[in-house]
Design a protein around this ligand. Structure first.
Ligand code: GLA
Length: 501
């Protein structure tokens, strides 16, 4: 009996020791993960604590310890939607290996943490109350963006390497290579142009933009327009100066510089505003732009949360992002284009557009077939066409895709109605967009891994007869029939303008 007690006490002590092994501050070692850490408190098999990262501290929930393994859940409120992320870990002293859940299109990843303190987690800092704004009055329509804006934006290719010199070279190239003639007019500087503010609170540009007014003059001299970027928060997504508490002043500055387009990106606004105030926060800048004395297209960038399609236009928006950031991959582009736009079509119309993000055409991560799908789908979606590649030296195959006038005409169709999926058979999808004058744009898409025959029928368009079919990539008329089939390569498209009755 004595022996049994002894064995039990020994096991309990061993378990206790093991459990205590988890308590403390664990810090990630991997490059690029700096700043991510875990404060843990082990209590028998129970694990509590929190995770610290760039976005602040988040408590862990449902924490469990079993032998040398742990698991916990991080529950976050993503703009009103509960998001659960499951974490697991293995302790192999002195390291703790945590498996991060799949996130943002990336698969699960392992991160190694080491313990820098064995202290209990200090109490979490009190949460700072966020600002709630009263609902704003509707901002009247500014008369801009009657068709989806077209142009170029620096972010997808150049990130923080954008400069005055690059933007001038891009503007020159757009005139030279036919992009301007094809309708691409806006030359948009994305994040990282900002410095701090001067003594009067005026926003300043950094050393990569020595004279932004002169740059705007240069761009205007080419018959093009200039766009710029900011955030309603204190900082932009890349950590540069935002417009928080300087909205009217910044709108006036942009107008004085000759800015024609503003992309306004939520980013750190999350830290100061209650997200329910998002419509009012955007309306504040919408109104400031309208009072600035210059017509400025207003592009909302808040990743499509808080049902932006219901209030974006009332906040003065001419376009609003409907998703998170696009990447130059088939998976990202097709997921956004095919899957995340469904049901949003009724919100789009002349002057106010759904924005499934900028183009990746020519950035090298997809095939020409996939880029043709990108261009075709964005045009059927009546999406803004903002090239995101290096326009200074575009290979002819990419230029052909970006400047296909017949496809651009679909995007820019004056009826301004966004298209939608009208038929689906596994990986094969038929999308259609009604056009001015009663004709239709039809896209036959093959999302599968092998070539396939895709068919559309007059009935898919609500027609009883088809009288004309024109292939917009082959630039050729086809024989009209009540149904029409095309061989479509894997990840490819066949696109038509169709007339009928
Ligand atoms: C966010 C936006 C991107 C880009 C970057 C810049 O991620 O969604 O389009 O503007 O910020 O930091």
């Amino acid at each position: 009996m004595k022996l049994v007690w002894f064995a039990l006490a020994y096991t309990a002590l061993a378990l206790q020791l093991q459990a205590d092994d988890w308590t403390g501050h664990w810090v990630a070692q991997a490059p690029g993960r700096a700043g991510v850490s875990l404060w843990l408190k082990a209590d028998g098999m129970r694990l509590t604590g929190y995770m610290s990262g760039r976005g602040g501290e988040t408590s862990i929930a449902e924490g469990k310890i079993e032998g040398d393994r742990l698991s916990f859940v991080v529950i976050t409120d993503y703009y009103g939607e509960e998001r659960r992320a499951n974490y697991t870990g293995i302790l192999s002293s002195p390291e703790l290996k945590i498996t991060l859940p799949a996130m943002g299109g990336r698969g699960p990843r392992e991160v190694t943490l080491t313990r820098v303190s064995t202290a209990d987690p200090p109490p979490l800092p009190p949460t700072v109350p966020k600002i709630t704004l009263p609902p704003a009055k509707d901002v009247p329509y500014d008369g801009l963006a009657k068709t989806p804006p077209m142009g170029w934006n620096s972010w997808n290719k150049f990130r923080d390497q954008v400069s005055d010199q690059l933007v001038r070279q891009v503007a020159d190239a757009m005139v030279r290579n036919g992009m301007k003639d094809a309708g691409y007019l806006y030359v948009n500087i994305d994040d990282t142009w900002e410095a701090g503010r001067d003594g009067q609170g005026n926003i300043r540009t950094n050393e990569r933009f020595p004279d932004i007014k002169a740059l705007a003059d240069y761009i205007h001299g080419k018959g093009l327009k200039m766009g710029i970027y900011s955030s309603p928060g204190p900082k932009t997504c890349a950590g540069y100066e935002g417009s928080y508490q300087h909205e009217e002043q910044d709108a006036k500055t942009y107008a004085a510089w000759g800015v024609d387009y503003l992309k306004y990106d939520w980013c750190s606004a999350n830290q100061v505003y209650d997200y329910h105030s998002m419509p009012a926060v955007y309306a504040k800048m919408g109104l400031a732009l309208e009072n600035s004395g210059r017509p400025i297209v207003f592009s909302l960038c808040q990743y499509g949360v808080v049902k932006v399609q219901q209030w974006g236009a009332n906040a003065g928006g001419n376009l609003w992002r409907t998703t998170g950031d696009i990447r130059d991959t088939w998976r990202s582009m097709s997921g956004i284009g095919f899957d995340q736009q469904a049901g949003l079509e009724s919100a789009a119309g002349s002057g106010h557009w759904n924005d499934p993000d900028m183009l990746e055409i020519g950035n090298g991560g997809m095939t020409d077939t996939e880029y043709r799908t990108h261009m075709s789908l964005w045009s059927i979606l009546a999406a803004p066409l903002l090239a995101g590649n290096d326009l200074r030296n575009v290979p002819p195959n990419i230029l052909d895709i970006l400047t296909n006038r017949e496809v651009i005409a679909i995007d820019q169709d004056p009826l301004g109605k966004q298209g939608k999926r009208v038929a689906r058979n596994g990986d094969l999808e038929v999308w259609a967009r009604p056009l001015a004058g009663g004709s239709w744009a039809v896209g036959l898409f093959n999302r599968g891994d092998a070539p396939a025959k895709v068919t559309f029928h007059a009935a898919d368009l609500g027609l009883s007869r088809i009288t004309a079919i024109r292939d917009l990539w082959e630039h050729a008329n086809q024989k009209a029939a009540a149904e029409y089939s095309a061989e479509v390569p894997s990840h490819g498209v066949a696109m038509f303008k169709v007339e009928g009755r």
